[in-house]
Design a protein around this ligand. Structure first.
Ligand code: THU
Length: 139
């Protein structure tokens, strides 16, 4: 799939953001290896901690429907009253969730904004020395 199309899907998903506390709306579009796309938005909570980021919403939707292989995720974010004018990078917790399911050298993280301009990184670039499951299982 075209990276620009993935950014467009993230921008669409961002319109569903529930962010009454921060006013910062984020959208994500996760491309699976089989070509399907799962979108997500951030969903905030009055108790703050239960808030889900857009990226994790997309990952958990996909994993809960049986997907395990992912190629790329597009992320867009900014103040909710206008379309995103700057790039928004995934938080550390979302990077760690990506690390759980993706090959850090191959998985692409695409940061987009309203003009559909984007920057592309590997997961390894944005999460060097990432902690992976093999390390937990090592006996
Ligand atoms: N947020 C995301 O959804 N993804 C990110 O990568 C950064 C932060 C959300 C969490 C919260 O609802 C709001 O943006 C402000 O931090």
């Amino acid at each position: 799939m075209d990276k620009t199309k993935l950014v467009e899907l993230a921008l669409e998903a961002r319109h569903f953001s529930y962010c009454p506390y921060s006013g910062f709306a984020v959208g994500a579009a996760l491309l699976c290896e089989d070509g399907t796309v799962y979108t997500g938005c951030n969903i905030e909570n009055a108790a703050f901690t239960p808030t889900s980021c857009a990226e994790r919403t997309a990952f958990f939707k996909a994993v809960s429907e049986g997907k395990r292989s992912f190629l790329a995720i597009a992320v867009v974010g900014g103040p909710s009253e206008r379309e995103p004018e700057d790039f928004c990078a995934p938080c550390g917790v979302c990077r760690q969730v990506m690390m759980e399911f993706c090959d850090p050298k191959a998985f692409r993280v695409i940061l987009g904004k309203k003009d559909l301009e984007y920057r592309e990184y590997t997961l390894e670039e944005i999460l060097p020395l990432g902690f992976a499951g093999e390390e937990v299982n090592r006996k």
